[in-house]
Design a protein around this ligand. Structure first.
Ligand SMILES: Nc1ncnc2c1ncn2[C@@H]1O[C@H](COP(=O)(O)OP(=O)(O)O)[C@@H](O)[C@H]1O
Ligand SMILES: [Mg+2]
Length: 206
């Protein structure tokens, strides 16, 4: 579903990715591992269409992004994002945060999704009224609401203790069972148990 060939990336004249080629198939849970500064976030941004690589090719379902007319719409329909910081909106409650991201025909699924993630009872609470682990589950719900083909998560458990991290990994695995492909960049090795493919990055190379 995603194939990158010979990707290199520079920030200014500093090269941070070197000739990366890899393939991600449907229904995979790919773990992008590596030390801080090894290039995980940069590669994840490229794979998720947020960053254009300095050179190399990205193919999604055999098409280049040059063929995509409206990239924002393409992302909203196909890709879910989860980051270390939840980016929930503080003056909207849990339900409203998800509704804001939901395409019109997906809004009816919000309550059943919250129930599946074990957070339905938090629906009318505000982000500052729930715990960090709960906030990250809400962020995950927001990423899942449009039933994306693929979810990209960058250090999704970076601010969580190991118990809450485990819950997030289990929910990501559940998403994979339900047909979503998941790519997680993390320096936490705990996710390796759930991964179908582990890619290790060292100094911008795999
Ligand atoms: N926006 C940026 N501008 C300049 N340098 C950056 C930027 N983002 C990351 N870098 C540098 O690129 C390298 C890889 O960073 P990053 O992809 O964030 O790695 P990781 O996610 O593995 O910590 C690091 O040396 C980092 O300092
Ligand atoms: Mg990073």
């Amino acid at each position: 579903m995603i194939k990158v060939s010979n990707i290199s990336h520079f920030y200014g004249d500093e090269q941070v990715l070197y000739d990366i080629s890899l393939e991600i198939k449907e229904d995979e849970l790919v773990f992008l591992s590596g030390d801080s500064g090894s290039g995980k976030s940069t590669l994840l941004s490229i794979l998720s269409t947020l960053l254009k690589p300095s050179s190399g090719e990205l193919l999604i379902d055999d098409s280049t992004l040059d063929d995509v007319e409206n990239l924002d719409k393409f992302r909203q329909e196909n890709i879910g994002f989860v980051f270390q910081f939840h980016y929930l909106i503080n003056y909207l409650n849990v339900y409203e945060n998800i509704a804001l991201a939901a395409l019109d025909d997906k809004k009816k699924n919000i309550n059943s999704l919250l129930e599946n993630l074990g957070i339905l009872e938090l629906s009318s609470r505000y982000p500052n009224e729930i715990s960090g682990g709960q906030r990250q589950r809400v962020a995950l719900a927001r990423a899942l609401i449009n039933e994306p083909k693929i979810i990209f998560a960058d250090e999704p458990t970076g601010s969580l203790d190991s118990k809450n991290s485990k819950i997030v990994y289990e929910l990501l695995s559940l998403a994979v069972k339900n047909g979503t492909t998941v790519v997680v960049a993390s320096h936490d090795m705990q996710i390796q148990d759930h991964a179908t493919q582990t890619i290790r990055m060292i100094d911008g190379k795999i």
